[in-house]
Design a protein around this ligand. Structure first.
Ligand SMILES: Nc1ncnc2c1ncn2[C@@H]1O[C@H](COP(=O)(O)OP(=O)(O)OP(=O)(O)O)[C@@H](O)[C@H]1O
Length: 336
């Protein structure tokens, strides 16, 4: 378990001092895929680097399995770091070494028994589905393949925690999906705890179990990934989620007499309920769908729809009541 308690990271001095991380406390359970999202400069990289003390905090405690690692000497910290692998946006492979040598490097560096190194490298390259590239050089690999090598290298010493700093941000869509699928597979197979920071909400949606939203050094909201997408609370969470759902009201749209603009959210199996057609059938109203999207998180559907409800006074109110009862959330965006 990873526990961050009241973490501050301050850069600069005197009048130039500012807190890149400001009083952040959170707990990450063993085996979780925990993500941190937020805009550029929010403090995500700084915070994730605190977990392995690459960035010592100015204040606060970092507990790994109950042990405060901010108090350790260099030798003790080195041992703790063996248990925490890390991958980065730009892979950081050694260009003059083969793929096998790149992976073997962290085994040599940590005094892995020499005769067992070739076997362990083979095992690691199999884990990331790249055994055939053992003798290739980084320059001959795609971005996704390079990141897979970096993952193999990070896992060489069997860490219980993997930190991923914008690990898919330099990759195209296809390679991103490949890395997301691989990390999920490794998490399920080995039970490793993954802490992943990104500004890509599509990655968050597919990969994370829980998500933390950060802005200007502060932790703003934390929840399971399904709740974050269906019920974002803080403005930063709403903004980032909205961007993925991409369900907006066209600017040119005007609401006329006897009309009301609604935003309907669905969750779980409700997404399939013919609420709208039932409402039009049961009441003297019509409903036009302006935009809508059904999406899935870990195979559970959720959806958002913008509609115009048209009808006179009391029928419209009755239909509204019916819809509200049968959807997850109804927001009235304006009406006459
Ligand atoms: N070593 C440092 N010295 C001074 N300021 C720093 C240092 N590292 C980060 N910062 C500043 O701290 C703030 C947070 O940076 P950080 O890289 O953690 O944000 P981020 O959320 O990861 O953003 P990005 O996605 O752009 O990397 C930024 O304003 C950055 O310029």
């Amino acid at each position: 378990m990873i526990e961050l308690k009241n973490i501050d990271v301050e850069f600069g001095h005197g009048g130039n001092a500012f807190k890149a991380v400001n009083d952040v406390s959170l707990t990450i359970q063993d085996g979780e895929v925990f993500g941190i999202v937020g805009p550029s400069g929010a403090g995500k990289s700084t915070l994730v680097r605190v977990i392995n003390m690459l960035q010592p905090p100015t204040r606060g405690q970092v507990l790994i399995d109950g042990r405060d690692i901010t108090k350790l000497n260099r030798r003790e910290l080195r041992k703790v770091r063996l248990n925490i692998g890390m991958i980065f946006q730009h892979f950081n492979l050694i260009s003059g070494s083969t793929i096998a040598e790149n992976v073997a490097f962290s085994l040599y560096a940590n005094k892995y028994p020499k005769d067992k190194i070739p076997g362990r490298v083979k095992e690691l390259l199999e884990l990331v589905h790249l055994p055939e590239k053992a003798d290739a050089y980084p320059a001959n690999l795609s971005g996704g393949q390079k990141q897979r090598v970096a993952i193999a290298r990070a896992l060489a010493n069997n860490p219980e925690i993997l930190l991923c700093d914008e690990a898919t941000s330099a990759l195209d869509l296809e390679n991103t999906e490949e890395i997301v699928a691989l990390l999920k597979e490794i998490n399920q197979k080995t039970g490793i705890t993954i802490v992943f920071i990104t500004h890509e909400m599509e990655v968050a949606k597919k990969l994370f179990d829980r998500i933390a939203f950060m802005e200007q050094g502060k932790l703003k909201e934390i929840s399971d990934i399904y709740t974050a997408f269906t019920e974002p609370k803080e403005p930063i969470a709403k903004r980032l989620v909205e961007r993925v759902l991409n369900v907006t009201v066209p600017e040119a749209l005007t609401v006329k007499e006897d009309e009301e603009l609604l935003r309907l959210s669905y969750t779980g199996d409700d997404s399939y309920d013919p609420v709208i057609s039932m409402a039009s059938k049961n009441y003297d109203i019509t409903i036009d769908i302006i935009s809508g999207k059904v999406d899935y998180i870990h195979n559970k559907p959720f959806g958002v729809m913008i509609v115009i409800l048209r009808g006179a006074g009391s029928e419209r109110e009755k239909a509204l009541e019916y819809i509200e009862k049968n959807v997850y959330k109804l927001e009235r965006l304006g009406g006459k």
